[in-house]
Design a protein around this ligand. Structure first.
Ligand SMILES: Cc1cc2nc3c(=O)[nH]c(=O)nc-3n(C[C@H](O)[C@H](O)[C@H](O)COP(=O)(O)OP(=O)(O)OC[C@H]3O[C@@H](n4cnc5c(N)ncnc54)[C@H](O)[C@@H]3O)c2cc1C
Length: 544
């Protein structure tokens, strides 16, 4: 596509998970909207979600107050209560919206079948068997593809935000994120053409998902490389609470299983964690036993593994009726069977893995970041809903609720500024870049960062390990900066640059927080310090 006019839109949505696709559908009838996504439309965390989406639907047993309370307890003092109320209050509407878009949730005689997950005091998780995310992703993708007003750019990887400050660089007037700065568009790599293209828009919304690939073991797919956080940080936006990375306690442990999650819903339906000796160990760690929040379960497993030297613990479903297991967990059952594990008869080997980024680009209740014209929704954003720890199944809910809010905000900005406000932006200048000669340098650096993050910045931390990780990752980030303008961009180089930036943000935030709270657990600061640390950890790029 060579005509720059054809790359000018009112709103650019970066990412095609539940957040990005929902936003695009809200806006489609109202303005010119484009979705850029770096692989296919359904490649993201959304499509992998198994458990479901939390919402208060059974008003006989459940209430908004209970859901709010559960969220606040999980968030360990750092949730923003107004945001919790807002998101929880949007639950029923979010489910109705998804159903209207074709998501077929499981129902029983009384209405939707609701399951229960760790940290929830009631059954309130609407689901489609154990493939809820795929059902949502498929339904939304189908609607987006068939909508005449949405321009879809698959295999387009956003590289950097174009801002007024960036364009003014060299004139001495360009301070990223400063007052008066604003977003004007994005540079994106057309992966098939191997060319960077400039897209301009009045509003850009980050919906680029999480950053699980920063860690060696993760439940996230390959696209989850923290691109949105890294781009926003480079553009001078405020980034918050990156130290709070949730580790899912139960990822399938098998040499041939790459990133396969064993849903928390299994424990919700009676599954029991056991160590190799067969002991159900969770009662030793928490009175809620197997239904304790994820951080507690992940740390308990970490302790069991470190103490025993074992490779995994086990999730036991064998005491439940075989027909129940088959009907409720068909995907997990089928995947386990493929690998020779019959979960009806034998316990499933599991380990913790990096799962969900609770921090991110800081946004207000209207999805606005600190940079004018830049919105953020879904996992890339830090709205204040999750605080120091996410309650299971609240993230899909947050993404749907915030997509609607972002749509309202985008339309308000457009009404104030007008569509013509989308300025022409300069094309990407490749300068004297050449072909990258040694791909192995990129691969090696990726592996190093992911292993460092796993070993030194994982479930339990110490300041010494964090500092070690910081020194080593800074070295890699320096090397990436040196290579950046020397070579034509490749998807891997772009992701390596982003992963190194996000890893450093996680380490920096973890070093800053001198206490243990929620998902951040430090052996040097084992206590929770409400006097000094009942606040977000906010980072802004130096010089911004
Ligand atoms: C295995 C698993 C199970 C889960 N289960 C649940 C659950 O049961 N309930 C729940 O509430 N949550 C669950 N979660 C979390 C939830 O799925 C995610 O938080 C949510 O789907 C995030 O949606 P999103 O739209 O923000 O991001 P994603 O769905 O991850 O989408 C991000 C999109 O951005 C694109 N992208 C990334 N970088 C770029 C770039 N540079 N340029 C262009 N495009 C880019 C990606 O390709 C992708 O399309 C689970 C997550 C995982 C991994």
């Amino acid at each position: 596509m060579d005509d720059p006019q054809s790359r000018t839109f009112d709103v650019l949505v970066l990412g095609s998970g539940v957040a990005g696709l929902s936003l695009a559908l809200h806006l489609a009838g109202e303005c010119a909207v484009a979705v850029l996504t770096k692989r296919g439309l359904v490649d993201g965390n959304t499509a992998l979600a198994q458990g479901g989406i939390a919402a208060v639907l059974d008003l006989d047993r459940d209430s908004a107050d209970k859901h709010i309370q559960d969220t606040l307890v999980a968030g360990a003092g750092l949730c923003r209560p107004g945001i919790v109320e807002l998101v929880v209050g949007g639950g029923a509407r979010a489910i109705a919206e998804l159903r209207a878009r074709g998501v077929d949730f499981d129902a029983d005689g009384q209405g939707l079948h609701l399951t229960r997950e760790g940290g929830h005091s009631e059954r309130r998780v609407a689901h489609r068997a154990d493939r809820t995310g795929a059902a949502i992703a498929d339904a939304l993708a189908e609607q987006v593809r068939s909508h005449p007003n949405i321009a879809v750019f698959e295999h387009h990887q956003a590289v950097d935000l174009i801002t007024r400050a960036r364009l003014a660089r060299g004139t001495g007037r360009g301070t990223p994120g400063a007052r008066g700065d604003r977003v004007l568009g994005v540079y994106a790599l057309d992966i098939a053409a191997g060319r960077v293209e400039a897209f301009s828009a009045t509003v850009v919304c980050l919906a680029t998902g999480g950053a699980g690939k920063t860690y060696l073991y993760t439940t996230n797919p390959d696209v989850a490389t923290g691109d949105g956080v890294a781009m926003a940080w480079r553009a001078g936006a405020r980034i918050a609470n990156m130290e709070f990375f949730q580790f899912h306690p139960t990822c399938l442990y098998h040499p041939q299983a790459k990133n396969f999650l064993i849903s928390e819903a299994l424990r919700g339906e009676g599954g029991v964690l056991r160590n190799r000796r067969g002991e159900a160990f969770m009662p030793r760690y928490d009175p809620r036993k197997d239904l304790a929040p994820r951080d507690i379960v992940a740390r308990a497993i970490d302790r069991e593994l470190k103490a025993s030297g074992d490779d995994s613990v086990f999730l036991d479903m064998t005491h439940l009726p075989a027909a129940f297991v088959e009907a409720h967990f068909p995907t997990i059952h089928a995947r386990c069977l493929e690998l020779g594990i019959d979960m009806r008869k034998a316990p499933i080997p599991v380990v913790p893995a990096a799962h969900y980024q609770c921090g991110g680009v800081q946004v207000n209740k209207d999805a606005e970041t600190s940079l004018f014209g830049l919105l953020a929704i879904g996992e890339v954003a830090c709205s204040g809903l999750h605080g120091a720890n996410r309650l299971a199944s609240n993230s899909l809910l947050e993404a749907v609720v915030y997509a609607r809010r972002a749509a309202d905000t985008a339309l308000r900005i457009l009404a104030e500024r007008g569509s013509a406000d989308a300025l022409r932006v300069p094309e990407w200048d490749t300068g004297s870049a050449g072909d990258p000669d040694e791909q192995v340098v990129v691969t090696q650096s990726w592996d190093e960062i992911r292993r460092l993050m796993w070993n030194y910045v994982g479930i339990v931390r110490t300041s010494r390990r964090l500092l070690r990780a910081q020194r080593r990752i800074e070295l890699i980030a320096d090397e990436v900066r040196e290579d950046w303008w020397r070579f034509y961009l490749t998807p891997d180089l772009i992701e390596l640059r982003n992963i190194s930036a996000v890893a450093l943000l996680i380490v920096e935030s973890a070093l800053a927080r001198q206490e243990s709270r929620g998902l951040h657990w430090s052996l040097d600061y084992p206590d929770t310090d409400d006097v000094n640390w009942l606040r977000d950890t906010v980072t802004v790029r130096a010089g911004a």
